[in-house]
Design a protein around this ligand. Structure first.
Ligand SMILES: N[C@@H](CCC(=O)N[C@@H](CS)C(=O)NCC(=O)O)C(=O)O
Length: 337
C-alpha cells in the first residue's frame, strides 16, 4: 500500500527521550511532594499533545484553582520553552523566563531536553516532574481531595486493565505513531509508522462505531489520550507529518467522536489551533524549511452537530461537566474556530 524506496531499517529510528524526572506528587507525599492546593504550577504548551492531556484532565477534574497554569510560547528558541507570552517575558508566578531555569534548580547540568508538560514546585522554583505518562494518572487518582464536586473518575479501578491496554496501543501506534511517521528519516520506517497508524485508527473507528467512548460508557483517560492526537490530525499531522491516507474529516466515526469530545466542556476549550500550527510548522525546520504556516484547514467544522449522543453514554458518569473556563485561561480568538 505505501511507497517503496530505500529500506532504512539499519538507521536509527525516531526515539522519544525518556521522561527524566519521575517524582510523583501524591496524597501521602511519599516522594517528598504532597498534594497541596496552590503549591505547584503546571507548565504547558498548548501546542503539545502530551501537555494537552494534562490541560484536559485539570479542567475535567476542576483543579484550576488548586494547580495554577503557565502557558509557554508555542515557539521554542535555542533555550527551549520560554514565557514570552507574559508581561516582561517572565512567568509571573515563578519569575523565570525559561522553563529550563526550573530544571536547573532541580539538577545542575541536566543533559536531557527541556520538555512540557512539567510541574514546578512554586516555593522552591524546582521542577518536580516532567513525566507526561504519569501526570494525568496522578491528577485523576492522587489529587482527589482537591477535585471539584461532580468530578468524573477518569481512571476507574474496575476498568483500569482495559483502559491501560487501549492507551498502550494508542500510544504506540497513534500518539507516538504520528511522530514516528513525521520524523522518519527513511522510507521504510515512515511506511511502517503510517501503516500501523492507519490500521490502529481503523480498529478504533470500528470500536467507536457502536459505543460513544473508548472504554465503558463514560469519558476516561483513554479518550483524553486519543483526543489530543485527533484534534491535531488535519491541522498538522496530515500534511506536516505526512499521515495522509485520509483526513480526520473523512473518517465518519472518528470525526464525529472527536467533535463530540471537542464540544464537551474541558476538551475543546483547551485547544489553540494557532499555537498548534505555529509550533509544528515553525519549530520543525528540518521538515518544513520554508517555515510557511498553512492557513487551512477551516476549523469551523469542529462546532457542527455530531449526533453521538444517540449512542447513549454518560459523559461524566454520576458527575457533572466542569464550569466555564477561568477568564485568564480562555483560548484567544485566533486559536478557536
Ligand atoms: N519529550 C518528552 C515528552 C513530552 C514532549 O515530547 N514534549 C515536547 C513538546 S510536544 C517537548 O517539550 N519537546 C522538547 C524536548 O523534548 O526537548 C519525553 O519524552 O519525556
Amino acid at each position: 500500500m505505501s511507497g517503496g524506496g530505500n529500506t532504512d531499517y539499519g538507521r536509527k529510528p525516531f526515539q522519544r527521550s525518556r521522561a527524566h524526572f519521575t517524582d510523583r506528587i501524591t496524597a501521602d507525599g511519599r516522594d517528598g511532594w504532597p498534594v497541596e492546593a496552590g503549591r505547584y504550577r503546571l507548565v504547558v504548551s498548548r501546542a503539545c499533545p502530551w501537555a494537552s492531556r494534562s490541560l484536559v484532565s485539570r479542567r475535567l477534574l476542576g483543579l484550576e484553582d488548586a494547580l495554577s497554569l503557565a502557558i509557554a510560547d508555542p515557539i521554542q528558541d535555542d533555550r527551549s520553552w520560554r514565557f514570552t507570552l507574559d508581561p516582561g517575558d517572565r512567568d509571573p508566578v515563578l519569575g523565570i523566563r525559561y522553563l529550563s531555569e526550573a530544571y536547573d534548580r532541580r539538577e545542575t547540568g541536566y543533559p536531557g531536553g527541556v520538555s512540557v508538560p512539567a510541574i514546578v514546585d512554586v516555593p522552591s522554583g524546582r521542577l518536580v516532574t516532567n513525566d507526561y505518562q504519569q501526570i494525568t494518572l496522578d491528577l485523576a487518582t492522587e489529587w482527589t481531595a482537591l477535585h471539584r464536586e461532580g468530578a468524573p473518575d477518569l481512571w476507574p479501578k474496575a476498568l483500569r486493565d482495559e483502559i491501560d491496554t487501549v492507551i498502550a496501543d494508542v500510544y504506540e501506534d497513534v500518539n507516538n505513531g504520528v511522530y514516528r511517521a513525521g520524523f522518519a528519516t527513511g522510507q521504510a520506517r515512515y511506511d511502517d509508522a503510517y501503516d500501523r497508524l492507519f490500521r490502529r485508527l481503523e480498529l478504533l473507528a470500528e470500536r467507536l462505531a457502536g459505543q460513544r467512548y473508548l472504554v465503558g460508557d463514560t469519558i476516561t483517560e483513554a479518550d483524553i489520550r486519543l483526543f489530543t492526537t485527533l484534534v491535531r490530525f488535519d491541522a498538522v499531522y496530515h500534511g506536516h507529518f505526512k499521515c495522509n491516507r485520509w483526513k480526520l474529516t473523512e473518517n465518519q466515526v472518528l470525526w464525529a467522536y472527536a467533535r463530540d469530545l471537542y464540544q464537551t466542556p474541558g476538551f475543546g476549550d483547551t485547544v489553540d489551533f494557532d499555537h498548534i500550527k505555529r509550533h509544528y510548522y515553525l519549530v520543525h525546520s528540518g521538515i518544513n524549511p520554508t517555515g510557511i504556516v498553512p492557513l487551512g484547514p477551516d476549523p469551523t467544522g469542529w462546532l457542527t452537530p455530531h449526533h453521538r449522543e444517540e449512542l447513549g453514554g454518560r459523559p461524566f458518569g454520576d458527575g457533572t461537566p466542569p464550569g466555564p473556563v477561568p477568564e485568564a485561561e480562555r483560548v484567544p480568538v485566533a486559536g478557536r474556530p
